[in-house]
Write a protein that binds this ligand. Structure first.
Ligand SMILES: NC(=O)c1ccc[n+]([C@@H]2O[C@H](COP(=O)([O-])OP(=O)(O)OC[C@H]3O[C@@H](n4cnc5c(N)ncnc54)[C@H](OP(=O)(O)O)[C@@H]3O)[C@@H](O)[C@H]2O)c1
Length: 434
């Protein structure tokens, strides 16, 4: 049989936003893909919940999972149904049956990725998940392959398009969160009625866990990621940041640092942060995603593009299908990848710079009391501004880099002072010191 006559069959689990794009690209780009793989990739059975629903693309629909999972004649399984169950068991079964698997499921990979990768290695088949982090942006393969000879130190990512869209609108219109969130929901960027997966940082946290695992050859799961969303960000915070040359972004941050006894530790966190206006991440607007990587040899790298959407996400999925198909044809043995058990640094041990906004009573000696409270907690103040008077006096403080646990203790102490009406805002600052 010549290469052009060979076919490989791709079965799908799911035909929603991403699945429809995958079928469309596999069909529209069939000739180019056949040339690149050395075989034709044919769309086989597609499992859905409701076969009577109107569809964007035609396909051989079924509700029978066994038509794809473990099915004779289905070489590659594309999982684009989402969620942990039943996807976890289905993918384990497919891998055990010797099928290569491509998935866009960040939730699944961020919680059970190590177990599924082990199952893939056991059968020497592929488990690919480029679309699970930042949609169309190639970041998994660059981290795993192109940077394999380097040592990654830190990864900073704008990993959620919805929150980046919301923060962009708030910044450019001086608006507060609620009206912009409602607009994002109307435009279909944020889920209705519950936008928490995006707004509370859960989606970004799953992606940060996957990036940390890859960057540091470790097993980092979603529940190990410190997560804080954007609900607390106000128009006042954005204006304060802007005055000092910063932009507020929801960042996923993964870094490897030295622990108290010199051991390597991994820190992974998702939270809103002040980013210097001249940093490449500051100019990432609207629903775009970007990942900034700092590596020992390569230096600084930035990956930018669309983090979601039917065809952008499908582009990454189909790229993975091509990888799996080539490996299938080559019959290659997969090398064992060493996964380390590096400890996760507790959030309290992170060293971060902070912006603190306090509503205070306007009387003599307030600043001295506040400054003493910072000093008592080993947090050094870099700059202070006082604004307003009478009922609306505010103190805006920026600290030097300090231990997270000390800042939190300081904030608790500030809240107990009669001079402080409330801690109006508290946000971490990334990049150079203010
Ligand atoms: N949407 C994006 O832009 C994007 C970007 C990156 C990653 N992802 C990831 O890609 C995956 C798919 O997302 P999506 O937006 O395409 O989802 P979606 O539009 O909701 O589509 C899900 C599909 O899976 C099918 N399905 C769900 N549960 C099933 C079950 N138990 N049995 C059989 N079929 C089932 C659904 O069937 P019915 O059609 O019959 O309901 C539907 O066709 C998720 O893991 C998501 O996180 C999405």
């Amino acid at each position: 049989m010549t290469d052009s006559q060979r076919t490989l069959t791709v079965g799908l689990l799911g035909l929603g936003v991403v699945g429809s794009g995958v079928v469309q690209l596999l069909r529209d780009h069939a000739e180019e893909i056949a040339g690149r793989v050395g075989a034709r990739l044919v769309v086989g059975p597609v499992v859905v919940r409701d076969p009577d629903k109107p569809r964007e693309v035609a396909a051989e629909l079924t509700t029978d999972l066994s038509a794809v999972v473990g099915a004779e004649g289905v070489d590659i399984v594309v999982e684009v149904m989402g969620g942990i169950d039943p996807a976890r068991g289905l993918l384990a079964d497919a891998l055990a049956a010797g099928q290569s698997v491509v998935t866009a499921n960040k939730e699944l990979i961020a919680t059970h990725g190590a177990e599924l990768l082990a199952a893939a290695q056991e059968r020497s088949v592929r488990l690919e998940y480029e679309a699970a982090v930042a949609g169309a942006i190639p970041i998994i393969k660059p981290m795993r392959e192109s940077l394999a000879g380097d040592r990654v130190r830190k990864v900073l990512g704008i990993l959620n398009g919805t929150t980046n869209y919301i923060l962009t609108r708030m910044t450019e219109e001086g608006a507060d969160l609620d009206p912009v969130l409602a607009e994002a929901q109307d435009l279909g960027y944020a889920e209705k009625p519950d936008p928490s997966a995006d707004v509370d940082g859960h989606d970004a946290a799953a992606k940060a866990a996957i990036l940390a695992s890859l960057a540091f050859d470790a097993e980092v799961t979603r529940d190990q990621v410190f997560t804080e969303g954007i609900r607390g960000v106000t128009a006042t915070d954005i204006a304060n940041a802007e005055r000092m040359g910063y932009v507020i972004k929801l960042l996923g941050i993964a870094e490897e640092t030295e622990g108290p006894s010199g051991e390597r530790q991994i820190g992974v966190r998702v939270h809103p942060a002040w980013v210097p206006a001249e940093h490449p991440l500051a100019s990432v607007r609207e629903a775009f995603n970007a990942i900034f990587v700092e590596a020992e040899g390569a230096g600084e790298l930035m990956f930018y593009g669309r983090g979601a959407g039917s065809l952008p996400t499908a582009s990454a999925v189909v790229g993975d299908v091509v990888t799996a198909a080539r490996a299938h044809l080559a019959g290659e043995e997969l090398p064992r990848v060493a996964i380390s058990r590096k400890p996760i640094r507790p959030m309290d041990e992170s060293i971060v710079q902070y912006y603190v906004l306090l509503d205070v009573v306007d009387r003599a000696g307030v600043l001295a009391t506040v400054a003493a409270t910072f000093g008592d907690n080993d947090v050094s103040i870099k700059s202070v501004w006082q604004e307003g008077s009478d009922d609306h006096a505010q103190l805006l403080l920026v600290t030097h880099a300090a231990r997270e646990g000390n800042v939190q203790a300081c904030v608790a102490a500030l809240e107990g002072l009669s001079e402080v009406r409330r801690v109006a805002s508290l946000m971490r600052v990334e990049g150079r010191e203010v």
